[in-house]
Design a protein. Structure first.
Length: 177
């Protein structure tokens, strides 16, 4: 796995933090640090966690709760560290739970991917033709975008009907239950 310098610095600092939390830079240069953090999340090297006001955080959620990032065992391994030796704090029961992956990977509002997610989130779902008409994409691009949603942690289902395959995404409440 190849990591750039920014990613290595962020992971190394998290590995040395007593709670294995990532401390995002106070003044990121452009979007480089934010992009590096997003890439680390996608790769499973860090995960989002609810944190207290005294802990480093990188964003707030819809309920204004602080969300921090914590290095995972895979992140420690990417640095060449033994996760079993480094995980003494990871086992404490009072740790906040990880945030479900849906919250990590929500598409930006107003994008075609956001539109696609809205279509498949409807109760009736959406067919490929519905999605193609809404986005202007070709069938293979539409299917690739659905694959992208799956990779971001969305659970898509496909059912057959007379109109063709209907795609739906499971709601967050259904996945938590």
């Amino acid at each position: 796995m190849t990591l750039n310098d920014t990613q290595l610095v962020l992971l190394s600092a998290a590995a040395q933090h007593k709670e294995h939390l990532v401390t995002p830079p106070a003044t990121p240069k452009g979007r480089a640090a934010q992009n590096a953090l997003a890439s680390l999340i996608r790769r499973g090297l860090v995960e989002e966690r609810l944190v207290s006001a005294q802990q480093p955080h990188w964003r707030t959620d819809e309920a204004d709760q602080l969300i921090g990032l914590r290095i995972t065992a895979a992140g420690l391994a990417a640095l060449g560290l033994d996760p079993t030796e480094q995980s003494d704090h990871e086992a404490t029961p009072d740790d906040q739970p990880a945030i479900p992956s849906q919250h990590q990977a929500a598409p930006r509002a107003g994008t075609k991917q956001d539109l696609l997610l809205q279509l498949v989130s409807r109760e009736q779902g959406a067919t490929i033709n519905d999605m193609m008409a809404a986005t202007g994409w070709l069938p293979h691009t539409t299917r690739a975008a659905l694959t992208g949603l799956r990779r971001k942690g969305y659970h898509l289902t496909r059912t057959s009907s007379t109109a063709g395959s209907i795609y739906r995404v499971e709601t967050v409440a259904e996945e938590v239950c």
